[in-house]
Design a protein around this ligand. Structure first.
Ligand code: AMP
Length: 185
C-alpha cells in the first residue's frame, strides 16, 4: 500500500495517519515530523526549515525533496508507506512521481474539514502545547497557503482516479472507520 493523506492543517491527518500505519503495518512518513526531528537535533536542515515553519510558509523544494528522497530509500518503505504532508505543491507531485518510478500511489485520502473548525482546533493545540508564536494570524496564513498551493492537488489525483474524499469531522474513531471503509472499496 502506497498511500498519501492530505487535508488542511488541523484536519487530523497526523492522528489518522498514525492509526492507519499501525493497523496496516507501513511506515508513517510525515515531512512535518521529519523537519521537527531535524530541528530538535539542531541539524543545518532543521535550522533552515525553522525560518519557514515559524512563518507558516512552505520550506523550499531544494530542502524538502532531498529529505523525502532519502527517507523513501529506507528499506522499511519498500513494501509501502503512508505519506503525510508531502507532496504539497504541483512541483512536488512531479518530484514524487519521479522518485516512485512506475509505482505510483495506490490511494490518496483527502480529509475535509470546515475552516472555522480547523482554526479553532489549531488555536487550541497551540495553547495546549504552549506555542505562543502560533498566532491566529499565522494559523490563517497556513490555511491560505494550503488553499492556494495544496488544495489543487486533489483535482490532479482525482483525475488519476486515486482520490478518496473523507469527512474529517467527528470523533477520531468515526473518522478512522470512514477511512478504513473507503480504503477497502
Ligand atoms: P505539518 O506538520 O505537516 O503541518 O508541517 C509543518 C510545517 O513543515 C509546514 O507548515 C511547512 O512549513 C513544513 N512542511 C511540511 N511538509 C512540507 C512540504 N511538503 N513542503 C514544504 N514545507 C513543508
Amino acid at each position: 500500500m502506497r498511500l498519501l493523506i492530505m487535508g488542511p492543517p488541523g484536519a487530523g491527518k497526523g492522528t489518522q495517519a498514525a492509526i492507519l500505519c499501525d493497523r496496516i503495518g507501513i511506515p508513517h512518513i510525515s515531512t512535518g515530523d521529519l523537519f521537527r526531528a531535524n530541528l530538535a537535533q539542531g541539524t543545518p536542515l532543521g535550522q533552515e526549515a525553522k525560518k519557514y515553519m515559524d512563518a507558516g510558509e512552505y520550506v523550499p523544494d531544494s530542502v524538502t525533496n532531498g529529505m523525502v528522497r532519502e527517507r523513501l530509500k529506507s528499506q522499511d518503505s519498500a513494501n509501502g508507506f503512508l505519506l503525510d504532508g508531502y507532496p504539497r505543491t504541483v512541483a512536488q507531485v512531479a518530484e514524487l512521481d519521479g522518485m516512485l518510478g512506475g509505482k505510483g500511489l495506490d490511494k490518496v485520502i483527502e480529509l475535509t474539514a470546515d475552516t472555522d473548525e480547523v482554526v479553532a482546533r489549531l488555536i487550541n493545540r497551540a495553547a495546549e502545547q504552549g506555542r505562543a508564536d502560533d498566532t491566529e494570524e499565522i494559523i490563517r496564513h497556513r490555511l491560505d497557503v494550503y488553499t492556494e498551493q495544496t488544495a489543487p492537488l486533489t483535482a490532479l489525483y482525482a483525475s488519476r482516479g486515486q482520490l478518496i474524499k473523507v469527512d474529517g469531522l467527528g470523533s477520531v474513531e468515526e473518522v478512522t472507520a470512514r477511512i478504513s471503509d473507503a480504503l477497502s472499496k
